[in-house]
Write a protein that binds this ligand. Structure first.
Ligand SMILES: COc1cc(O)cc(C/C=C(\C)CC/C=C(\C)CC/C=C(\C)CC/C=C(\C)CC/C=C(\C)CC/C=C(\C)CC/C=C(\C)CC/C=C(\C)CC/C=C(\C)CCC=C(C)C)c1O
Ligand SMILES: C[S@@+](CC[C@H](N)C(=O)[O-])C[C@H]1O[C@@H](n2cnc3c(N)ncnc32)[C@H](O)[C@@H]1O
Length: 327
């Protein structure tokens, strides 16, 4: 396996330790010796608290990052085709809806975390480009006496065709980014697009930098969701918006039965047949069941400091889009 975002794993272990220390400090135990009974109890509680889930499996927090890395390293090349096959193309509609909800303005600086192979970024670039072109056409129509050279010049500046908008795709997985970059090249996306290797829990960006933060089908895989939400809050400018598209809780009992059947009986089989990878797709369906409900996730977003948090369930709650603002 390639180095699984080695810095991310280091920082994960480091954070576990520093959290334990911070907990002791808050309890006024800074000078206590790990050998005394109270400290030993606190440390063993900390050790238990450091367990988490990888699908239905209980694993240590340190292990989870590496396992998630392996999943996406393994599926990267077949990722896009799998999504179309498994969802019969429905994931495209969900992603389009995320963009329609976002309605980015000219000049928007977007950070797409866990951006993988670039689906949200490409939609963003299409959206801002078509908005900009519409505006440009309106302006050119209003200026009747321009020469053809002036008109041609308006259309030629590629950077400017986005009206100053930019998107940064940030993902922890080298293989997913590699597929994304190849796709961008093949589909002609170049201007206004950057690819950054980074962990949602420790974003490599300054404070107050972006207008919009998106995370689509990503947050479910993160070890410390609360930490990722705090990072989203940190990197957004005041007034900036958080948008998350993620699997959620189905609210119709009949659809829920069919959904379970499809998820557990069909998806891993498709994973095996198309991508030669049953386990990764078993993890996908298990991780979906482990993810908090719409209301629970809304509270987590509020706890991270976001305001005006709302959500919209799509396709009977199979997925939901959560939105919040940094004020
Ligand atoms: C490793 O981690 C991952 C790997 C990835 O490739 C992707 C992700 C993240 C995910 C995305 C980027 C989104 C795209 C991927 C998916 C949507 C796959 C996950 C799918 C589910 C958990 C199930 C829900 C699927 C859908 C809503 C798509 C529509 C599918 C159907 C309508 C099923 C049609 C299938 C058949 C007719 C085949 C025969 C099926 C059976 C014998 C089983 C019984 C099933 C049914 C009778 C129908 C199932 C009905 C539903 C699912 C309910 C649909 C409800 C409505 C349309 C309202 C990643 O993390
Ligand atoms: C299901 S894919 C979603 C990709 C893309 N957003 C989409 O909608 O198609 C999940 C992505 O989350 C990434 N990921 C998992 N844990 C992460 C973390 N801690 N930080 C950043 N990205 C992470 C994976 O590498 C993977 O590319």
């Amino acid at each position: 396996m390639a180095a699984p975002g080695s810095c991310a794993l280091w920082s994960c272990c480091g954070r576990g330790w520093s959290r334990a220390m911070r907990g002791c400090q808050l309890l006024g135990l800074r000078s206590s010796w790990p050998g005394d009974p109270l400290s030993a109890r606190l440390l063993s509680q900390e050790k238990r608290a450091a367990e988490t889930h990888f699908g239905f499996e209980t694993v240590s927090e340190e292990e989870k990052g590496g396992k998630v890395y392996q999943v996406f390293e393994s599926v990267a090349k077949k990722y896009d085709v799998m999504n179309d096959m498994m969802s019969l193309g429905i994931h495209r509609v969900w992603k389009d809806l995320l963009l329609w909800k976002m309605r980015p303005l000219p000049g928007t600086q977007l950070l797409d975390v866990a951006g993988g192979t670039g689906d949200i970024a490409f939609r963003f670039l299409n959206y801002v480009q078509s908005q900009h072109q519409r505006k440009q056409k309106r302006q050119l129509r209003a200026q009747q006496n321009l020469s053809w050279e002036e008109i041609a010049k308006e259309y030629q500046n590629e950077e400017d065709s986005l009206g100053g908008s930019r998107v940064v795709v940030c993902d922890i997985n080298k293989e997913m980014l590699k597929v994304g970059k190849q796709k961008a090249l093949a589909q002609g996306y170049r201007a206004g697009l950057a690819w950054v290797l980074g962990d949602a829990e420790e974003l490599p960006f300054d404070d107050d930098k972006f207008d919009i933060y998106t995370i689509a089908f990503g947050i479910r895989n993160v070890t410390h969701i609360d930490q990722a939400l705090q990072e989203a809050h940190r990197v957004l400018k005041p007034g900036g918006r958080f948008l998350c598209l993620e699997f959620s809780q189905v609210n119709n009992p009949l659809i829920s039965r069919l959904y379970d059947l499809y998820s557990f009986q069909v998806i891993p089989v498709l994973g095996e047949v198309i991508a030669g990878d049953w386990k990764s797709y078993q993890y996908l369906v298990e991780s979906i069941r482990r993810f908090p409900s719409q209301e629970e996730f809304k509270e987590m977003i509020e706890d991270a400091g976001f305001h005006k948090v709302t959500y919209e369930s799509l396709t009977s709650g199979i997925v939901a889009i959560h939105s919040g603002f940094k004020l």
